[in-house]
Design a protein around this ligand. Structure first.
Ligand code: MF3
Ligand code: CO
Ligand code: CO
Length: 253
């Protein structure tokens, strides 16, 4: 059985939009709550409530045993941080990664936020990760390849003397949280799968201020930079259209 990339109809993409909007709306909801003294468990509670109230399901909860409803990744945590009772402090950065299931469809989006006043290094890695996602999205159009996306991101991030994490990548998404294809955030132009209208996937570059190597902590989830340098990430769920790309995870208003 070859690895199958599901091409979605416009009707299917219409059905994904509410889930994608909900995930984006959750980030809008959470932003004003992020301040020194709050815990990542507080964020988890807010995301969980907001999701259930909308008739949606937080996809992370119990996903391969993940214990919470959202991923919260602070400072040198690259991704998949588990909410807990540690308090955020002034100058921290935190990625909040929200995945909502609504009417059986998934929407996946994340942002890195500043906690209070950000220092120069926090700003640098965060703004480079924000722009890396933008540059990746700009490379999406029918006829381009997955390698074009990865290459554009890698060249930009490395030109800023930061690094791209290799072990985790973007992914196809729809009725299933993680499906084909894998969307690497590094690569060679013209290589890999050719993009076609109806492909739906995430781009979610993880950018480290220092070296690219990561390690998995003993909890089986939390991924950190080996050199303890700061790491930032932004994510959108996207559809390839006839003319280019549509960002599905935009807020509903
Ligand atoms: N939202 C993450 C992604 O962008 C996946 C989180 S899986 C979890 O693909 F189990 F950690 F929640
Ligand atoms: Co994702
Ligand atoms: Co995500």
């Amino acid at each position: 059985m070859p690895r199958m990339v599901h091409i979605k109809t416009t009707e299917e993409i219409d059905m994904m939009r509410p889930a994608c909007h909900h995930a984006a709306d959750t980030l809008v909801m959470i932003e004003p709550h992020i301040r020194p003294g709050m815990t990542t468990d507080d964020i988890n509670g807010l995301v969980h409530e907001f999701t259930i109230k909308a008739g949606a399901i937080p996809a992370p909860l119990n996903y391969h045993g993940f214990p919470k409803s959202v991923c919260t990744s602070v400072n040198h945590v690259v991704c998949h941080g588990i909410p807990g009772n540690k308090k955020l402090k002034n100058g921290d950065i935190i990625n909040v990664d929200v995945t909502s299931i609504l009417n059986g469809w998934h929407g996946d989006t994340s942002k890195t936020f500043y906690v209070g006043d950000a220092g120069i290094r926090a700003r640098k890695v965060t703004e480079i990760a924000r722009k890396a996602l933008e540059i990746g999205i700009a490379a999406v159009q029918p006829g381009a390849t997955l390698g074009d996306i990865g290459h554009a991101i890698q060249v930009y991030v490395e030109s800023e003397r930061c690094s791209v994490v290799r072990e985790y990548c973007g992914h196809g998404i729809g009725r299933v949280f993680h499906e084909e294809p894998q969307v690497l955030h590094y690569g060679n132009p013209g290589s890999g799968l050719k993009l076609k209208p109806g492909m739906v996937f995430t781009i979610e570059p993880m950018v480290n201020l220092g070296r690219k190597e990561v390690k998995l902590l003993g909890d089986g989830w939390t991924v950190v930079t080996r050199d303890k340098s700061l790491s930032a990430q932004f994510e959108h769920t996207l559809a390839v259209t006839e003319n280019g790309v549509e960002i599905l995870t935009l807020p509903s208003s």
